[in-house]
Design a protein around this ligand. Structure first.
Ligand code: DX5
Ligand code: ZN
Length: 225
């Protein structure tokens, strides 16, 4: 049903070796990744601390031209939207619970020339899409609670993926549906079958010995859908 490139794979560099991040990003792109998922955690909205805009800018200066998909797990969000856009982000998403003015944050992302996404945690209701879907370029559904790589996929998210897919199809707009957390070769087909078209995978890829072989394995599993 799906062809391999209709589903984008976004390795999360949260599980990369930070001591040689530029080389890690080069390697995963060389291995066939479509975009780079960049997890920003602030030890406030989530209980972990990762990278800021300087790291995104450094990857651009290093020569990375692939889209960088910045997943903001920070509160507040607006200032970092602007900082990441200036640092070379391509896609920017945020959690609605972390913004006082969700519509303003979405439009701020678009004004900066980036694709705007809203991220829904496993327990966040789809009501957040009622008045936002028409302004979004993508929806990011969390299939783990945000904050850490290497967690197990929460299967109760599968019907939620289907529900968002139905809403997107009903909207008639080209909104991508990204899913993030615990995705591996063993479950990626279920996630795509439920309606996802953009897959984040951190530990599955960066925890493997051969990134190209792992990406081939993920795409082969998608082909079974
Ligand atoms: C979790 C992050 C994810 C994480 C995914 O808060 O948003 O992007 O890195 O890692 P895995 O694929 O290992 O669950
Ligand atoms: Zn993420």
């Amino acid at each position: 049903m799906t062809t391999d490139k209709s589903v984008l794979i976004a390795p999360s560099i949260l599980s990369a070796n930070f001591a040689c991040l530029g080389a890690e990003v080069d390697a995963v792109l060389e291995a066939g990744a479509d975009l780079i998922h960049f997890d920003v955690m602030d030890n406030h909205y989530v209980p972990n601390l990762t990278m800021g805009p300087m790291v995104c800018e450094a990857l651009r200066k290093h020569g990375v031209t692939a889209p960088i998909d910045v997943h903001l797990m920070v509160k507040p969000v607006d200032r970092l939207i602007v900082d990441f856009a200036r640092a070379g982000a391509s896609w920017i998403s945020f959690h609605p619970e972390a913004s006082e003015h969700v519509d303003r944050s979405i439009h701020l992302i678009r004004e900066q020339g980036c694709r705007a996404g809203l991220v829904l945690n496993p327990a966040s209701p789809l009501d957040w899409l009622d008045y936002t879907l028409d302004s979004l370029d993508f929806v990011l559904l969390m299939s783990v609670n945000p904050g850490f790589g290497g967690q197990s996929f929460l299967p109760q998210v599968l019907p939620k993926i289907q529900a968002v897919r139905e809403r997107i199809n009903a909207s008639g707009r080209a909104v991508r549906l990204e899913v993030d957390g615990g995705i591996k070769a063993a479950n990626i087909a279920q996630v795509v079958a439920a309606g996802a078209d953009t897959i984040v995978a951190g530990s599955a890829i960066f925890g493997s010995e051969d990134y190209a072989a792992t990406l081939r394995e993920l795409r082969a599993a998608i082909e079974t859908v």
